[in-house]
Design a protein around this ligand. Structure first.
Ligand code: COA
Length: 257
């Protein structure tokens, strides 16, 4: 598919989506959301991709939803825009997602980062849910995901005040896994991506299913899910190879099956 508002690159089993709408600081209009959705689906079905990286262009990750679009719309228009489904697709992506946050991640941009599995930010990155300043609420998962990542009290403060925080604070709160200088943002991101891409793809897929269930499942259901997924993995070639490689004191050669 041809994309207008993003650039797609595949290398070393890593698919990179760069949001590219510079004149609007990468703010997301319906077409940009749709393209993001298509790109995540495309990379999920491409066997040459094991890990997905999402980043922004220039000094912005994503400056949120397009405020002009929001201004011009009526209540029922919300139902014509599938932002929640798209961000849920990112969250449920079978392949791990890493957000490389190169600048402002505001509103829907912060929510896009929250939907990813791992977040690496540069020192200049800034985060916030400023929707309250526009008279609306963060409806791309902000009130749901931020609470799970930084805790209810801090999420309430950030969402109710609309305050913007810097990368250091985001790191302290657990919103960012790593903060690095802008020069090495992509190097650090790809270092993590390569590490995950070298594992068994089928194991990573099962791990994501189990991990994604953990915030909402009770312990005994979570353990039952782990047991079932483990039973699946016990039947894979990769489990045979991983255990054999350990016993033979060599590196495993995983095939993803
Ligand atoms: N929606 C629509 N347009 C946006 C936008 C958004 N979310 N964010 C930025 N833009 C546009 C600006 O209107 C401006 O357009 P113009 O050149 O036609 O005037 C252009 O992008 C550049 O933005 P500007 O504010 O001049 O850039 P900046 O570098 O000084 O500031 C931000 C960058 C991200 C801090 C600032 O643009 C901002 O606060 N954006 C809105 C963030 C927000 O509230 N997001 C939540 C939306 S629900």
């Amino acid at each position: 598919m041809n994309y207008q508002y993003l650039q797609l690159d595949i290398k070393d089993y890593i698919g990179t989506i760069q949001i590219y709408r510079p004149e609007k600081r990468n703010a997301m209009d319906p077409q940009s959301w749709d393209e993001l959705d298509q790109a995540v689906k495309e990379l999920n079905t491409n066997p040459l991709v094991h890990v997905i990286v999402i980043t922004g262009h220039d000094k912005t990750f994503v400056a949120g939803a397009d405020i002009q679009w929001i201004h011009d719309r009526k209540p029922m228009d919300i139902y014509g825009l599938a932002v929640q489904d798209i961000l849920l697709n990112v969250y449920r992506s079978q392949k791990p997602t890493i957000a490389a946050i190169n600048g402002y991640a505001l509103g829907g941009g912060c929510e896009l980062a929250l939907a990813c599995d791992i977040r690496v930010g540069c020192v200049e990155a800034k985060f916030g849910q400023p929707e309250v300043n526009l008279g609306i609420l963060p409806a791309g998962g902000g009130t749901q995901q931020l609470t799970k990542i930084v805790g209810l009290a801090k999420a309430k403060e950030l969402i109710l005040t609309g305050d913007i925080i810097d990368a250091e604070e985001a790191h302290r709160l657990g919103l960012l896994n790593h903060v690095v200088s802008k020069e090495i943002l992509m190097d650090k991101t790809y270092e993590i991506a390569r590490k995950i891409a070298s594992k068994s793809a089928v194991t990573v897929k099962m791990l994501k299913i189990a991990l994604n269930e953990s915030p909402t499942s009770d312990l005994s259901s979570g353990l039952a899910l782990e047991k079932s997924l483990q039973a699946v993995l016990f039947g894979t070639e990769d489990k045979k190879e991983g255990t054999r490689a350990f016993l033979e004191k060599r590196k495993p050669q995983f095939k993803g099956s």
